[in-house]
Design a protein around this ligand. Structure first.
Ligand code: NZQ
Ligand code: ZN
Length: 387
């Protein structure tokens, strides 16, 4: 087991109606709040008005229209400007992972005098960030429990995962009832995203029985409850378990002591959504089985065997290669069964920019140090197999 130094300082407040505690939490900060949200889903579910009612003694400054795959320009830049102009004390992000990620970049940018891209691109280390509170309305990214935000810069086709300990939310509110209205497409994408977060940590060196068991249970829970959410979007128990599982996805708790896996599917997918603005979870679902097939070899075989037996219940008496291949088939079939388009062409990506994207990924994502190292040629092959 590897050494580690771990802390997640975020307070999670989970369950039906927990938003009533918002005034207590926001009372710890000053009066001026930047309320961030997306394209309007929070208005449709009544949450926007609820938040305003709960915080009527506060000064609310709004940043709306934050898009999926949140953009540096205009959203991050506008948010930083608003924070500085209005001397904002705290950011309240209400929405999905994109709103929260954007808010994290704003929180750091608001405490920095230079161009916020310096921080996101790791040219300069943030010295501080505004406190962030969130009400997460979509189960997927785990942003509510981690120190990362993923920001897109359209003109350079960059989509950068920006991590910094200052970016942990102070408090995250998780009320599963707010996820009842999430569409089938976004629910399925959320299942795939959280499953992939787990897979990215499971396929690593120095894994333990403890972490493997945690990951295997995450995957089984996400598949069972994910299906239930799709069958009955208002199944509270299923939405609740899915929401909690997603929360564990990205803050490292699944892989404490493991060697770093390199998160290869995310490295590849971030380029797909940077170049084509596709839905993150769909891109991951398409890449994951192709990446698995590509890296299956004598060295990785035992991991696939364990994954097949413990996650999908593949017969342990079969030949090891058969178990591994069945496990990959099952992964692919599960994503397809929840309605995810499983080919890049179905989400509008053809072969015209594959070389360019593979080069971008190879240069920027460091996948030559991943659990199964990937060269530019390997990345190209995975992308072609995903078409
Ligand atoms: O914009 P609004 O109107 O709010 O609609 C959103 C959006 O269109 C809608 N939505 C959200 N909550 C809803 C709802 N619709 C109905 N009812 C609700 N309760 O869903 C759409 C997608 O929202 P988005 O926030 O983009 O989805 P998600 O939470 O999946 O976030 C995806 C982003 O997070 C990044 C991804 O790369 C992508 O940019 N990630 C962030 C991570 C992190 N911070 O740790 C890790 C992940 O690996 C991921 O990379
Ligand atoms: Zn993800």
């Amino acid at each position: 087991m590897q050494n580690f130094d771990y802390m997640t300082p975020t307070r999670l407040i989970f369950g039906k109606g927990v938003v009533e505690k918002l005034p207590e939490v926001m009372g710890q900060f000053g009066k001026r709040i930047l309320l961030t949200y997306g394209g309007g889903s929070i208005k449709k579910i009544g949450l926007y008005q609820k938040v305003l009612d709960l915080l009527k003694d506060k000064e609310i400054i709004e940043l709306s229209g934050i898009q999926p795959n949140p953009k540096y320009d205009p959203s991050v830049l506008d948010g930083v400007r608003l924070c500085k102009e209005h001397k904002v004390d705290v950011i309240l992000a209400v929405g999905g992972g994109s709103v929260l990620d954007c808010s994290k970049a704003i929180a750091a940018g608001a405490c920095y005098d230079g161009d916020p891209w310096d921080l996101i691109s790791y040219k300069v280390k943030a010295q501080a960030a505004l406190p962030i509170v969130d009400i997460i309305t979509l189960a997927a990214t785990g942003s509510e429990y981690d120190a990362g935000g993923v920001i897109s810069r359209t003109e350079t086709n960059d989509k950068i995962g920006y991590m910094d300990d200052h970016l942990y939310p102070h408090t995250s509110f998780l009320d599963p009832t707010y996820t009842f209205t999430v569409s089938r497409k976004q629910t399925a994408a959320g299942i795939a995203d959280a499953m992939n977060h787990t897979i990215e940590q499971y396929f690593a060196e120095d894994t333990t029985l403890l972490n493997d068991g945690f990951c295997e249970s995450m995957l089984r829970s996400l598949m069972v409850n994910g299906r239930r959410c799709l069958e009955n979007p208002e199944d509270y128990t299923a939405r609740a378990e899915m929401m909690l599982a997603c929360t564990y996805g990205c803050n490292g708790i699944l892989s404490l002591g493991n060697s770093y896996s390199g998160w290869p599917c995310h490295g590849i997918e971030h380029a797909l959504s940077a170049y084509y603005d596709i839905t993150h979870g769909e891109g991951l679902a398409i890449i994951t089985p192709r990446w698995m097939r590509h890296i299956l070899n004598d060295h990785t075989l035992p991991r696939f065997v364990k994954y097949g037996i413990n996650v999908f219940g593949v017969d342990a008496n079969l030949d090891k290669w058969d178990i591994a291949n069945k496990a990959i088939d099952e992964t692919d079939a599960f994503f397809e069964s929840i309605g995810i388009p499983m080919h890049l062409r179905e989400v509008g990506i053809d072969d015209s920019r594959i070389g360019e994207m593979a080069h971008h990924i190879a240069v920027n994502e460091g996948l030559d140090h991943a659990y199964a190292p990937l060269s530019e040629k390997d990345i190209t092959d995975i992308l072609i197999a995903s078409l």
